[in-house]
Design a protein around this ligand. Structure first.
Ligand code: G3P
Length: 218
């Protein structure tokens, strides 16, 4: 399973990438706005420190605007994945941009039918939002299960399921159990994956016993 980090904070990305925990990055207009930086500048910097795809989202809502912005974003760096919303214009832009060789991430997906349309439009990734469904008392992980099951029926589909809007480690674990290709995780959730109190307690006990020996390995 690929781990993408869901942020436009370059410091966070750099720190996690140095730990080998980043296979890619996803941003969205809200995450970029939070940086206070210009889109092109922050995406260029993220692309320079990220080994894999970096999703940069268009903000136009019409086809021509999406195509112009998507081509501009794609020109920033070879590893830019153009992100478009799951609307009719977004799907049409996906088909055209994918036809031009772009990686397209179709986002704001909330149903299996939407995901199937994104795949038919040639998306490299489709981003179903788990947490936002959970937020409205709907089983977000059920959406992932449905999409993965449907995609498995059609092996010719090349679209990867990119689980988004992840709120906690169990979203990641369940998504991995289901066989989703990618999960995009807020930096805090990535760090939570590492932590277990029994690991900390066990290490403390090992070191306390070792200290009693007075030995040193070196
Ligand atoms: O960036 C896409 C998605 O992961 C955002 O999810 O619900 O945390 O804003 P959310």
């Amino acid at each position: 399973m690929k781990f993408f980090v869901d942020t436009a904070d370059v410091g966070e990305i750099r720190s996690l990438a140095e730990a080998g925990l980043v296979d890619g990055v996803t941003t969205n207009p809200s995450l970029v706005a939070r940086t206070g930086r210009r889109m092109a500048e922050v995406i260029a910097e993220i692309c320079s420190i990220t080994p894999g795809p970096v999703s940069a989202e268009v903000t136009a809502t019409d086809l021509e605007g999406m195509l112009a912005e998507g081509r501009h974003l794609r020109g920033i760096a070879p590893n830019v994945a153009v992100k478009v919303p799951l609307t009719e214009a977004g799907l049409r832009a996906c088909r055209t941009l994918a036809g031009e060789g772009a990686q397209v991430n179709v986002t704001l997906c909330f149903s299996p039918a939407q995901a199937l349309l994104a795949a038919k439009a040639g998306a490299a990734f489709v981003s179903p939002f788990v947490g936002r469904l959970d937020d409205v008392a709907t089983d977000g992980m059920r959406l992932i299960a449905d999409i993965v099951t449907i995609f498995r029926n059609y092996p010719h589909l090349r679209t990867e399921v990119l689980v988004a809007s992840v709120r906690h480690p169990m979203h990641l674990v369940e998504a991995a159990r289901l066989g989703a290709h990618v999960a995009t995780l807020p930096p805090a959730v990535i760090r939570q994956l590492l932590k277990h109190p029994l690991t900390d307690r066990g290490l403390d006990a090992f070191l306390a016993d070792w200290k009693k020996t007075g030995q040193s390995i070196l």
